[in-house]
Design a protein around this ligand. Structure first.
Ligand SMILES: [Zn+2]
Length: 321
């Protein structure tokens, strides 16, 4: 584990926000999330080093279901992502696109079919089978491109995972042509979902951004922020535990800590050795009625969050100056 200073402003003064375990793979390991006193950037501190973080990405993390509905979901997601580049498609035309964190290459492939010349960056092994376009297999800041080369760079749910987001902003600024677009999606640390409900994927998510901190990153690296969308059309961050949080903080006037978070359905089934099914669902409902009601409330809560721009996911469009 390593202790780090703020990646955005360099300050080493910060305030604890919450603590939680790695819910997915190492539930016995607890991590602290802090907020920089200087600029408000959120981050895991101390955190696993570059070498140590590998352990938190076991093969299961990369496995995607091979089903018709997952394919359908991906096609819909890519179509939503592509909307951010339509302005270029209609204007200067389809140019060179670099997708940072391209996984198995499905999004660049989708864009290639729309006429873009595509490349990808991917350090995980999922990139190894990509042969139909160029993939850089280093960390983004280390790729062997140093000149303004791309008309657009996309990074979907990537920046919260990396050890040095500033290096990613700098590298983007270096390799995007003047007037080109940097489009990226991150979780929203201004949302109650990210900040209070223990919904971030810790410690795979290392950084937590707000509109203000994103603006500072862009100002520091030569981009102008053109647009911020707050919503659930590409990725979702359901306000899980919202009801338990409200009951505890508003009704009982108590702190809501991770100990107060009910088990998820799958955690519950694993703990009590239950098979997925009606019986398990009924037992779960008896264990945590608040979770069941919570789920029914999500659509209304999410709609209110999107209206107030406090949903857990934000997409930013920045233009290279
Ligand atoms: Zn800072």
């Amino acid at each position: 584990m390593e202790i780090v200073a703020c990646n955005l402003c360099g300050s080493d003064r910060h305030t604890p926000v919450y603590e939680m375990p790695d819910r997915r793979f190492f539930p016995e390991e607890i991590f602290a999330i802090v907020e920089c006193d200087g600029c408000g950037l959120g981050f895991v501190n101390p955190r696993p080093s570059i070498l140590e973080i590998q352990k938190y990405y076991p093969p299961e993390y990369f496995q995607q279901p091979v089903t018709k509905s997952h394919e359908h979901y991906l096609r819909r997601r890519f179509a939503e992502e592509a909307k951010y580049l339509r302005e270029m498609e209609d204007g200067v035309g389809r140019g060179r696109l670099l997708d940072v964190g391209c996984a198995n290459g499905d999004f660049p492939r989708f864009m290639a079919a729309r006429g873009w010349t595509v490349e990808g960056v991917e350090i995980s092994e999922s990139s190894q089978r990509i042969q139909d376009f160029r993939v850089h297999t280093q960390e983004f800041q280390d790729i062997a491109v140093n000149e303004p080369t791309y008309d657009a760079i996309t990074a979907w749910a990537v920046l919260e995972h990396v050890h040095d987001p500033m290096a990613y902003f700098r590298k983007s600024a270096q390799v995007i042509k003047k007037g080109g677009l940097f489009v990226f999606l991150v979780t929203n640390f201004e949302s109650v979902t990210s900040r209070r409900l223990f919904c971030e994927d810790i410690p795979r998510h290392l950084y937590f951004f707000t509109r203000k901190t994103i603006r500072q990153y862009l100002d520091a690296t030569g981009f102008a922020l053109e647009r911020e969308d707050n919503g659930r059309s590409i990725y979702k961050l359901a306000p899980m535990n919202w009801l338990a949080f409200m009951l505890r903080t508003r009704l009982k006037r108590q702190r809501f800590s991770f100990q107060d978070v009910p088990l998820t359905q799958s955690e519950f089934r694993a703990r009590y050795n239950l098979q997925r099914g009606v019986r398990a669902s009924l037992k779960y409902a008896a264990y945590s009625p608040a979770s069941v009601i919570d789920r029914m409330l999500w659509p209304a809560i999410e709609a209110a969050q999107i209206l107030r721009k406090t949903y857990g996911i934000s997409t930013y469009v920045a233009r290279k100056l």
